[in-house]
Each structure stands twice: as C-alpha cells, then as structure tokens.
Ligand binder design. Structure first.
Ligand code: C2E
Ligand code: CA
Ligand code: CA
Ligand code: CA
Length: 276
C-alpha cells in the first residue's frame, strides 16, 4: 500500500512539476516511453444485448512505467495529444492488437468489433487511413468491424482534411462511435458529418440508473434518438445486474463494463463470455 501511495505521489508530482517546468522534458519522456515499448494495449470485452456473448472489445492504453508502474491514460493522453505523440502511440496500439489477434482471426466471431479511442487532434491527420488499412488487412481471413471512438467531450472542428479523412474511412467500411454521449453538445449535423454509426451512452448515466430518475430519463432519450437516427447503441460502465436488465429491456445493442470484464492485457483476453 505504501509503495502504491508513493508511486501515486511521485506520478502526480512528476506530471505536474515536469509539465510546468519543462514541457519539452515530458515530451521527451513520452517519446522515450514509446521507443521503449512502454505503451501497452489492454482490451475490455463488449457484449451483445443480452450480455451473453463477447461481440467485440475496446482498446485502452496503459503506460507501464519502469519506476512508477502502471499509469492510467487520463494522466498522459492530454500530453500525448499536445505533443503530437498521440498519432504514433495509437499506431503502436493498432500494431500490437493486429499482431496478437490477426493470426487468431479465424477464431473470432463474425464481424468482431475492435474499438480504438481517437483524440480530436488525430482527426486532422490523413495517416490514420493507412493505419486503419493495415489493421483491416491483418483480418482479411475473417473481416472485423474497426470502430473509431470520438469523444463528445472534445468537439472536433472539421476542416477540409477531416472531411476527406472521414469520407475515405467510411468508404473503407470503418465505423465511427461517439463516446461519452450525453455529456457534450454534438448536433445532428455533427453526427452526419462524421458518418456516425454508434452512440456510447456515457457511464455517468448508466451508473445512476438505479438511483435517479433524471439519468434514466437521459438513457431513455438517447435510446429514442438512436432508434430514430438508426444508430447502434453501446452502454458503458455497466456494473450491476439491475443496470444490465434496464438496458436490455430498453433494447440497447451492446454492453460494456466491470460486470462483464475489466480491461486486461492482450494475452489474457478471452473470446468466451465469462458470465457474471
Ligand atoms: P473511455 O474511452 O470513456 O473509456 C472507459 C473508461 O472506463 C476506461 O478507463 C475503462 O477502464 C473504464 N471502465 C470500463 N468499465 C467500467 C465500469 O464498469 N465502471 C467504471 N467505473 N469504469 C469502467 P481508462 O482505461 O482509465 O481510460 C480513461 C480514458 O482515457 C478513456 O475513457 C479514454 O477517453 C482515454 N483513453 C484510454 N485509452 C486511450 C487511447 O488509446 N487513446 C486515446 N486517445 N484515449 C484513450
Ligand atoms: Ca472509449
Ligand atoms: Ca466513455
Ligand atoms: Ca459510418
């Protein structure tokens, strides 16, 4: 416990102090970590409506720091975005997943989903097209559904490159999900512009399903919106059977959360559902 606390204190100090003093020092540290292979892909299962089958997974990055241990993404993603390192870091995650799972493609259920989180700044970089192409090519034996998650917390201001990027991704069959849905202010035009396929109901609403009527109301409204716009729905942060039942009854298409499985290293990811 003491070690954990020390690591936490160090990482907080490290993050804040370094960022304030020398931004470039931290960028250098992130670059070093990327070269050293310290950014590792973890997978969290995504379940079907009934919560009985693993239909896909979300890729979540972890920084395995040699001194500080495991660092959660909230602590370094903003810095990686700021330094432009988010692009090669995401590429590295895609590489890890396709190299581990590509050879097992035949064992995957048909149209298995692989979801990657994409930062707003990444949406102005056409190299994402090539990265997605390489990913899909690794699964040509049994095509998968590649999904890019864009968070609603950070609205993307589309320029010409962004529009070209999303048109091309759409032609390639890459899907787009709006993450943390309900917390931001994306308009219908926005959903159209990015040719959105999935909405992910933010976990804060799912967490309060059993306890407050407003959250239930928000969930019901998102379900309604999704069905009217013909979008698939994912609920994240599902932790209790009561939440799962509520979402199932509302016809939410996919579920994700600790009830079904935490994010785990690639080697520990199981394709079979471990029922709660
Ligand atoms: P997110 O995309 O909304 O991911 C969901 C977060 O909730 C993850 O935290 C996940 O571990 C956690 N979670 C999953 N199930 C449950 C549950 O049942 N209950 C609760 N309380 N939490 C649950 P994590 O892995 O720490 O990631 C935090 C955020 O960092 C992500 O939020 C995402 O915005 C960002 N992130 C993670 N990996 C990447 C990445 O590779 N690239 C980018 N650009 N952002 C990433
Ligand atoms: Ca996400
Ligand atoms: Ca989310
Ligand atoms: Ca689409």
């Amino acid at each position: 416990l003491l070690e954990g606390t020390l690591a936490l204190v160090l990482s907080v100090f490290f993050g804040v102090a370094c960022f304030r003093r020398t931004k470039s020092g931290l960028h250098h540290e992130l670059n070093r970590a990327l070269d050293a292979g310290e950014f590792v892909a973890y997978l969290q299962p995504m379940m079907n409506r009934e919560g009985t089958q693993v239909t896909g997974c979300e890729v979540l990055v972890r920084w395995m720091h040699p001194e500080l241990g495991l660092i959660r993404p909230d602590r370094f993603i903003p810095l990686a975005e700021d330094s432009g390192l988010i692009v090669p870091m995401t590429r590295e995650l895609m590489r890890q997943v396709r190299e581990a799972m590509g050879p097992r493609a035949a064992a995957l259920p048909p149209h298995f989903h692989f979801s990657f989180n994409i930062a707003a700044s990444h949406c102005h970089d056409l190299s994402l097209i090539e990265d997605c192409r390489s990913f899909l090519a690794a699964f040509s034996a049994n095509p998968v559904n590649l999904v890019l998650e864009l968070t609603e917390r950070e609205l993307i201001v589309p320029d010409e490159t962004t529009i070209q990027l999303f048109d091309e991704l759409d032609r390639m069959g890459v899907s787009v999900a709006i993450d943390d849905f309900g917390t931001g202010h994306s308009s219908l035009v926005y959903l159209q512009q990015f040719k959105v396929d999935f909405l992910k109901i933010d976990q804060s609403f799912v967490a309060r399903i059993g306890s407050d009527a407003l959250s239930r109301h928000i969930v019901d409204n998102v379900v309604d919106l999704a069905s009217r716009l013909d979008l698939s729905l994912v609920a994240e942060g599902v932790e209790t059977p009561e939440q799962a039942e509520y979402l199932m009854a509302r016809g939410v298409d996919f579920q994700q959360g600790y009830l079904y499985g935490c994010p785990v290293p690639l080697a520990d990811f199981w394709l079979e559902a471990k029922l709660p």
